[in-house]
Design a protein around this ligand. Structure first.
Ligand code: DAK
Length: 257
């Protein structure tokens, strides 16, 4: 049981590893993921993150049902807050997070993918929010993030029926951006992360912040924020380097300054 981090240049690959339980989250596993989210967020050498699950069967099959089954309301609240802290941590991280959904992403597993900025999946992936079949509502952001991503009608169907979507349907509704054969998922997710990592970290972080804000504030406030980050970009080395490199017909080398 662990959450491993590997580095591929400026990309960090985070693997949730509890294969004996389909990478389901017990408290220990949640805390380990939260610790990794916090460490990576404060590491300026990391410019993009890929989140995946150990093996080929599951990204994460949700919260650990055997651990949850004996919880009372106070413990359930603490368990819920831990999951929320991870989602908030990914959202406020300076780097984009890409979920490489390599199999089942159910319940809390689907919600961790939803907390990421981008989702790609393997052909054998299945995503769903089966909480209602267990007598509970979704509790790690699914009721809020899923409607924002796929629209209220499809989200309502997923959250109220608990139906699992196969990868092709997830692709069609925009729940994932691309589907790859199992062996090609991580290389493709990592390549996307490398593309992001080669861009200006300052501009990438500002863009992520602005896009996240789009769901929290009225349009006028979001546009004001966009105008501010756009102006501030002209006080960065990255802006000078990016535009100088264009004029000199070479690739930009961004420092994040
Ligand atoms: N928890 C614990 N163990 C799990 C698990 C889970 N979610 N999912 C799978 N496992 C375990 C199985 O028990 C089995 O263990 P052994 O019997 O071998 O010891 C092993 O993983 C392999 O699973 P299966 O034998 O079932 O494998 P199959 O290929 O037949 O089926 C499956 C794979 C993923 C379709 C199936 O295991 C399954 O349906 N799993 C449960 C999926 C699910 O319902 N997930 C949603 C969990 S509820 C909260 C906020 C959020 C949440 C809760 C509270 N608060 C605000 C308080 C989140 C809730 C959820 O995520």
């Amino acid at each position: 049981m662990a959450v491993h981090v590997e580095r591929d240049g400026a990309v960090a690959i985070v693997t949730m590893s509890r294969p004996e339980a389909m990478n389901a989250f017990n408290t220990e596993q949640l805390q380990a993921l939260l610790d990794r989210v916090r460490e990576l967020s404060s590491d300026s050498t990391v410019r993009a993150v890929v989140l995946t699950g150990e093996g080929k069967r599951a990204f994460a099959a949700g919260a650990d049902i055997s651990e949850m089954s004996s919880k009372g309301p106070a413990e359930a609240r603490r368990f819920g807050e831990l999951g929320h802290a991870i989602g908030r941590g990914i959202g406020s991280a300076p780097q984009p997070w890409i979920a490489a959904v390599n199999g089942y992403a159910l319940g809390g597993g689907c919600e961790m993918a939803l907390a990421c900025d981008i989702r790609v999946a393997s052909e054998n992936a299945q995503l769903g929010q089966p909480e209602v079949t267990l007598g509970i509502p979704a509790g790690w952001g699914g009721t809020q993030r899923l409607p924002r991503l796929v629209g209220p009608g499809i989200a309502a169907e997923m959250l109220l029926t608990g139906r699992r979507l196969k990868a092709d349907e997830a692709l069609r509704i925009g729940l994932v951006n691309a589907v790859y054969p199992s062996d090609e998922l991580l290389p493709n997710a990592t390549e996307m992360a490398q593309t992001i990592a080669n861009n200006s970290p300052a501009a990438v972080t500002a863009t992520k912040q602005a896009m996240r804000l789009a769901f929290d504030v009225p349009l006028a406030d979001g546009l004001t924020f966009e105008a501010q980050i756009f102006a501030l970009a002209f006080d960065t080395q990255d802006q000078k380097e990016g535009m100088t490199a264009f004029a000199e017909k070479r690739s930009a080398k961004f420092s994040g300054e």
